[in-house]
Design a binder for this molecule. Structure first.
Ligand code: ZN
Length: 302
């Protein structure tokens, strides 16, 4: 009984094995394993193939992060390490280094004098004179020849913008004493028109060419006539140092100093304004004489 049972149980086991591991089932299992293996291989290959792209994504992302970090780091630098044009502290220092304009002169008590420049505007010399005046923060008076205004409009506008006085010095620089009343008026009117056409206020001062005037002519001119009481004869000097020496030697409170808008004079102006500024308030003729629109007559100084 025992043997039969063993045989029976052995056959049973064998039958069970056969039922489990039938060749068809083995084949299916092998196919499945092969598919899994192939899928794994493909997956690995695909991962390898994408590795560069993935690395690229990572490196791109790292670059973006690095740039963001560097930008943040730059914005946190002390301001004085930034480029000058972007640096608010440099702008502020420049502003602080520019002196405030001086308070208005009171020529009743201050030692005032007026520098005047005839025969401009001149493309070469006017800008040099204007730059020197602007740098020193002082004012002057320009008596313009009307026929020179058209080609130099921006210079005339700059004179007005600077607060300088602009006066009439005739249209073609003739001796008024040799002209008729109508011719004189035409010389004055043409020049007024040229200056206002430049977008500048009509002059309220007149200086006759060569200072050639008399009471009869003056009585017909409806503007104050501005002569001078200091003449360094800049037109006769050989060099700019001589011009500066002559001006400084003759300067005095209340002076109207006549000079010319010419290159040699222009080269002397930096020195003249720097030296005179320490002793005088350099003002316009209108300020020096306290002129108003109703003022008439001939003025030589204060
Ligand atoms: Zn002149």
């Amino acid at each position: 009984m025992n043997t039969v049972r063993v045989v029976n149980s052995s056959r049973l086991w064998d039958n069970q094995l056969k039922s489990i591991y039938r060749p068809a089932q083995f084949a299916r299992a092998y196919m499945l394993m092969l598919l899994v293996l192939l899928a794994s291989v493909f997956t690995v290959l695909e991962l390898l193939a994408h590795h560069q792209t993935v690395s690229g994504y990572f490196s791109n992302a790292q670059s973006i992060v690095r740039v963001q970090h560097e930008t943040a780091a730059v914005s946190q630098l002390p301001k004085n390490l930034l480029p000058e044009q972007n640096n608010p502290s440099v702008f502020l220092l420049q502003k602080l280094a520019t002196p405030l304009p001086p308070p208005p002169a009171n020529c009743q008590v201050d030692a005032c004098l007026a520098l005047t420049f005839d025969d401009g505007p001149d493309a070469a010399s006017s800008p040099i004179i204007l730059t020197a005046l602007e740098k020193a923060q002082v004012k002057a008076t320009f008596f313009l020849i009307g026929s020179y205004v058209g080609p130099n409009v921006s210079i005339v506008q700059r004179m007005q913008a600077d607060g300088d006085d602009i006066g009439n010095h005739s249209w073609t620089h003739p001796y008024f004493t040799k002209l008729t009343a109508d011719q004189i008026q035409q010389q004055i009117d043409l020049t007024q028109a040229a200056i206002t056409a430049a977008g500048v206020r009509a002059p309220v001062l007149l200086r006759p060419p060569y200072g050639a005037i008399n009471q009869a002519i003056a009585a017909r001119i409806n503007m104050p006539i501005i002569m001078w009481n200091v003449d360094p004869k800049d037109w006769a000097q050989k060099d700019s140092n001589s011009i500066a020496q002559m001006v400084e030697a003759q300067a005095k409170p209340g002076a109207i100093i006549v000079m010319h808008d010419k290159l040699l004079t222009a080269m002397a102006i930096n020195k003249i304004v720097t030296d005179l500024k320490s002793k005088y308030r350099l003002v316009t003729v209108s300020q020096l004489l306290n002129l108003d629109p109703a003022s008439h007559g001939i003025y030589f100084g204060r």
